[in-house]
Design a binder for this molecule. Structure first.
Ligand SMILES: Nc1ncnc2c1ncn2[C@@H]1O[C@H](COP(=O)(O)OP(=O)(O)O)[C@@H](O)[C@H]1O
Ligand SMILES: [Mg+2]
Length: 231
C-alpha cells in the first residue's frame, strides 16, 4: 500500500533522512521506534509533503505522492496526527470534525462512525478545542484524521503525556482500525505499548530504518530495544 524507497530529505542544507526504505500494508500496524533525533517525526513529515524529498520515491497504491504539494496529500487518503497535537484551537470540536470531513468530501455517515469511536467528543461538539483536556485534544486530532477515511494513518507519539485510561482508548482505536484495513504507522517510545499493538516494528537510527522485525518474534528483552531505543 504505502511504499517508501530510498528517500533522502531534510531541512534546507541539513540532511536528516538517508536512503530510508519502508513499506506499510493494509490492515497492518507498523510501529516506528528509535532514539530522540533518529528522524521518526521527519519521516512522517516527509510522507505528508511537509518536508521535501530530494532523492527516492514514496508511492501509495502505486501512485507517486512525493511529488504532490502538501495540501494534496490528505486528499489521497493519508491521515496525519503530528507530535504534540496541532488543532485549530479557535474552532469548536464540531468545526474541527467538519474540516476533516471536507478534505475528502465525506458526510454524516463518516462523522457518526468517528464519533461512535470517541463518544466523549459527541458530548463536547460546541466546545472550543483549546479548552479540551490533553487527552480529549488527542482524541479530536485522531478523529479529524479519521474523517478522511484514510488508507494510511500516521500517528506521531499519540499517547505522550496522557493518562492511562486515554492511552488504553487510543490503543483500542488503533486495534479497531486494523479490522477496517487501514495501514497505521505509529511512532511509539514505550516498548510494552509497541509490542502490544504492532504487527511489525521498524527501528530507526541516524535517519534511516536499520531493521524491521515481526513483533511476534520480539520480546521486551530483545536486543533491538537496547540497541535502538536505549532501555
Ligand atoms: N525544523 C527543523 N529544522 C532543522 N532541523 C530539524 C528540524 N526538525 C528536526 N530537525 C532535526 O532533524 C533530526 C531528526 O529530528 P526528528 O525527526 O524530530 O527526530 P525524532 O522524531 O526521531 O526524535 C534532529 O537532528 C533534529 O534536530
Ligand atoms: Mg519525534
Amino acid at each position: 500500500m504505502l511504499q517508501i524507497e530510498g528517500i533522502e530529505a531534510g531541512y534546507g542544507a541539513v540532511q536528516v533522512l538517508r536512503k530510508l526504505s519502508l513499506t506499510a500494508s493494509a490492515g497492518e500496524v507498523l510501529c516506528v521506534m528509535g532514539r530522540n533525533g533518529a528522524g521518526k517525526s521527519t519521516m512522517l513529515k516527509t510522507i505528508v509533503g511537509q518536508v521535501p524529498v530530494t532523492t527516492g520515491t514514496i508511492t501509495l497504491d502505486g501512485t507517486r505522492i512525493d511529488t504532490l504539494p502538501a495540501h494534496e496529500v490528505p486528499r489521497h487518503g493519508i491521515g496525519y496526527v503530528p507530535q504534540g497535537r496541532r488543532l485549530f484551537g479557535d474552532l469548536t470540536v464540531a468545526e474541527n470534525i467538519e474540516v476533516g470531513l471536507m478534505t475528502r468530501a465525506r458526510g454524516p455517515r463518516v462523522r457518526d462512525h468517528v464519533l461512535d469511536l470517541f463518544p466523549r467528543l459527541r458530548e463536547r461538539m460546541g466546545q472550543m478545542s483549546r479548552t479540551l483536556s490533553g487527552g480529549e485534544q488527542q482524541m479530536l486530532a485522531i478523529a479529524r484524521a479519521l474523517c478522511l477515511e484514510p488508507k494510511v494513518l500516521l500517528l506521531d507519539e499519540p499517547t505522550e503525556g496522557l493518562q492511562p485510561s486515554m492511552i488504553a482508548l487510543i490503543r483500542d482505536t488503533v486495534v479497531a482500525l486494523k479490522e477496517t484495513g487501514v495501514a497505521t504507522i505509529l511512532v511509539e517510545q514505550r516498548v510494552d505499548a509497541a509490542l502490544s499493538v504492532a504487527d511489525r516494528i521498524a527501528f530507526m537510527s541516524g535517519g534511516t530504518v536499520m531493521e524491521t522485525q515481526d513483533a511476534a518474534g520480539l520480546g521486551a528483552a530483545s536486543e533491538q530495544f537496547a540497541t535502538y531505543v536505549g532501555i
